[in-house]
Write a protein that binds this ligand. Structure first.
Ligand code: NDP
Ligand code: HSE
Length: 439
């Protein structure tokens, strides 16, 4: 039996996610209230256009274009409008008025997170954001609560469904990036007007900033996240990766590492990388997301599921709603974001990882030795070399393909090696440079 007063819930946005949140809240309100220990009354839904078609039935009298009035009377505000403004202003208003806030807005958190968390702490409110990373997958609460007693060493995440879908189609169906992107757009995964947020890695970078900040108790600003998208990935690279026992995935990598000078810090980066087929992330197909965590005590953990979708993401939002309601019932201030470690953030040049470099070389005696010398001169240790005769090569100018796998090396040393290879007499072209992760 619920004794606590009804909590007033204001919803900002009734698009893909917001409409599903409204619908589930109206449909399952009693059940959620029992779990929360308080009634949950949806007092209004702010939208831009009252007459726009909705994907769920929301009573017309709940819709309003006056978000500010709605916020003022609410105990809990759910922001699902997206974008930086007016979402930022509305969340600041909600926190200032004493409401707890729930958001799925990764762009806003990655850009203005510190300002929002600071205000929440000042006023004793709580900002929840389970939906902001990997949609339906519970990852924020596990990092923040369940793993609070452990030390995270590394996170490897597939956190963008569009790019995983595209790379998977290239790998399993032999499609070009352009064809796979067109299918992703048709299926509604990629943004129709501008897919660059997905394919250039911006969306993944926002999620990486959020994950790295949480995992390492350190504020990691968005502009400290190194980012490369998938637009330069070719079907030849995907095929070569498969033959070598790898699959190419766009990875969000958050790592606590010690650089070559002994500086301990945090690296946050997004790029397409070779992942061994035996790694659990290699089995993440289609538009699915997964987050693989390596923790000191817990060992390896993997969280897998839908990274997007209206109803799937609504599940994460409603989980936050129940938590927020419970906090109201129990009372006391919200729990502040932990940034106590404040570790330095290492630039990409300090990162240490493994690489696979593919070269087209002159096929004649001494070439392998010359190439190996260039690696050793720049302090990069070669682990594997495979050579094949280049198909269709001119018999008068024989060429070979060399695929060189390295031991761990710094980005700076690797970049210097690649620059030397590019100007070497024996190298016709550096055709591919990919990092190897997850082994
Ligand atoms: P949509 O674009 O589908 O919906 C946005 C909603 O916000 C619309 O109802 C729109 O109103 C309303 N809105 C926008 N601007 C204003 C404004 N100025 N005043 C009032 N209402 C406004 O977004 P999504 O539902 O896809 O995403 C919402 C949030 O959730 C984003 O931050 C997104 O990053 C995040 N998210 C989304 C996922 C997904 O699968 N879609 C997955 C994980 C997170 P109107 O309908 O009248 O135009
Ligand atoms: N565009 C995102 C994706 C949606 O493809 O994963 C979820 O953030």
């Amino acid at each position: 039996m619920i004794e606590y007063r009804n909590l007033r819930v204001a919803l900002l946005g009734a698009g893909s996610v917001g409409a599903q949140v409204a619908s589930l809240l109206l449909e399952h309100g009693d059940e959620l209230a029992n779990r929360a220990g308080a009634g949950l009354e949806l007092v209004g839904v702010a939208v831009r256009d009252l007459d726009a078609p909705r994907t769920a039935n929301i009573p017309r009298e709940l819709l309003t274009t006056d978000a500010e009035s709605l916020i003022l009377g609410a105990d809990i505000v759910i922001e699902l409008m997206g974008g930086l403004e007016p979402a930022r202003t509305y969340i600041l208003q909600a926190l200032t008025s004493g409401a707890d806030v729930i958001t799925g807005n990764k762009a806003l958190l990655a850009t203005h997170g510190p300002e929002l968390f600071e205000l929440a702490e000042q006023v004793g409110a709580q900002l929840y954001y389970e939906a902001a990373v990997a949609g339906a997958i519970p990852i924020i609460r596990p990092l923040r609560d369940s793993l609070a007693g452990d030390r995270i060493k590394r996170i490897l995440g597939i956190v963008n469904g569009t790019t995983n879908f595209i790379l998977d189609r290239m790998d399993t169906a032999g499609e070009s990036l352009e064809v796979a992107l067109a299918t992703a757009t048709e299926l509604g995964y990629a943004e129709k007007s501008d897919p660059s947020a997905d394919i250039e890695g911006f969306d993944a970078a926002q999620k990486t900033a959020i994950l790295a900040s949480l995992a390492f108790h350190t504020t990691v600003p968005l502009d400290a996240v190194y980012r490369e998208g998938i637009t330069a990935i070719t079907i030849e690279q995907v095929d070569a990766a498969r033959k070598a026992g790898y699959v190419i995935k766009l990875l969000a990598i958050c790592e606590r590492m010690t650089d070559a000078d002994g500086v301990e810090g945090v690296s946050a980066r997004v790029y397409p990388a070779l992942v061994p087929r035996s790694h659990p992330l290699a089995a993440v197909h289609g538009a699915k997301n997964a987050v693989f965590i390596e923790a000191e005590a817990a060992g390896d953990l993997m969280f897998y599921g839908a990274g997007a979708g209206g109803i799937e993401t609504a599940s994460a939002v409603l989980g936050d709603l129940v938590s927020a309601a419970r906090r109201h019932v129990i009372g006391g201030p919200g729990v502040a974001e932990s940034t106590h470690a404040n570790l330095p953030i290492l630039p990409i040049s300090r990162v240490i990882t493994r690489y696979q470099i593919t070269l087209s070389v002159v096929d004649q005696p001494g070439v392998l030795a010359a190439v190996a010398t260039l690696f050793s001169e720049h302090g990069v240790s070669v682990e594997t070399v495979t050579q094949s005769v280049q198909a269709g090569a001119d018999p008068a100018r024989p060429s070979a393909t060399l695929v060189i796998g390295t031991h761990e090396a710094s980005e700076a040393d690797l970049a210097a090696t690649v620059a030397a290879l590019e100007t070497s007499q024996v190298v016709r072209a550096v055709t591919s440079v990919l990092r190897v992760e997850g082994s």
